[in-house]
Design a protein around this ligand. Sequence first.
Ligand SMILES: Cc1ncc(COP(=O)(O)O)c(C=O)c1O
Length: 413
Amino acid sequence: MTSVLRFHFGYDYNFPGEYMSLLDKCASFTRHAELKNLGLYAYYTAFEAHGGPTVQLDGAEYLMCGSNSYLGLSVDPRVRLAARTAIDDYGTSFTGSRLLNGSSKLIEELESELADFFGKPAALVVGTGYQTNLAAVGTLLQRGVGDPKRIALVDQQAHASLIDGIRLSRSADAALRWFRHNDAEDLDRKLASCPADSETLVIVDGVYSMEGDICVLPDIVEVCKRYDTTLLVDDSHGAAVLADGRGTPAHFGLTDDVDLMTISFGKGIGSSGGVILGSDSLIQYLRHHARGVIFSSGLGPADAAAALEIVRIMREETWRPKRVLETADGIRRALSAIGYDTGVSSSPIVPVMMPGDAEVFTTWRRLMDLGVYTNAVISPAASPRLRTSWMATHEDEHVARAVAAFEAVRPCR
Ligand SMILES: Cc1ncc(COP(=O)(O)O)c(C=O)c1O
């Protein structure tokens, strides 16, 4: 069983000396098929209908406890209508890089709405959240001849796209230094050890996608100020949820102390795409230098119009973030009461810790058999767990069903 479950996402996993040619390494990858044969394959689940608190799979209904659509707006009739209207007005694509021929009034309107909503002077909309982080981090850290050494100090749980941005900058791994998760004292120590002639960028998430905990932003900001360093917050999981949707920096009243924010629209906002928020000069620089912006087609009309409509709805419907936070609180209490460890979560992401990878897959299967869909997370992505995440559109009856299913599959105590 152990070897069957040796699964690594995103990287080659052969050991030193196990060289394989390009195509042989693909042909030798059979873990997914082995798991499928055991009925334990938990990935790329292709639902027939998506977006609500319940979903359809092979004609059956499942309770969705693993979506990032925290506000439940991706299927809202007003949002669907805005997306359809944008397709009528603009067609299905802007068919080009925004720099040359893929920009539009719609995207500019979205940028000014986002800047206003999140309280930053300017915004740059990008094709996906992943690309957004590549564009922000990769471009900022890039070094010209004679520039000082640039070092990124990154929380150990920060999203992979931020790390890939550092790689893209060609500052290479030497310029990447980790600090312990949510530990401002460790950040302080790491900053103290950076060469005096280097320039530093501190990178954190607002809400961490695996633990569901909120960044200790006041402590991080205090340290950053002392070292006069630049601070980037990826708030993909805090935006739309904390501070009536205005995100983690606003939650702490620290929006002005964060130099740049990045947000994926593919989470709480409920569209696709992403945005970088910051000063006018920063955004103008990125508009003209970020490779993921100038060498890539702009966000599509339907996605842009959906995001715009959602920001307008967020201004009005502050019950949504309140409701999802209350739901997650209730779930944490209920799961703890029946003996589960939900870690340090305080957001709509509620991990349910499992003793090992095997238990992740078998419990995932048993929950599926009871009609409950969760996310199977195994090491090294994070310690083994079923990640649940909650939506404003989950009703009390959904929550009760999920808790009953977790109770039914609970390992012996
Ligand atoms: C914290 C964080 N940042 C960025 C991304 C990338 O966003 P997108 O899915 O829009 O590419 C994700 C999504 O996995 C994320 O969780």
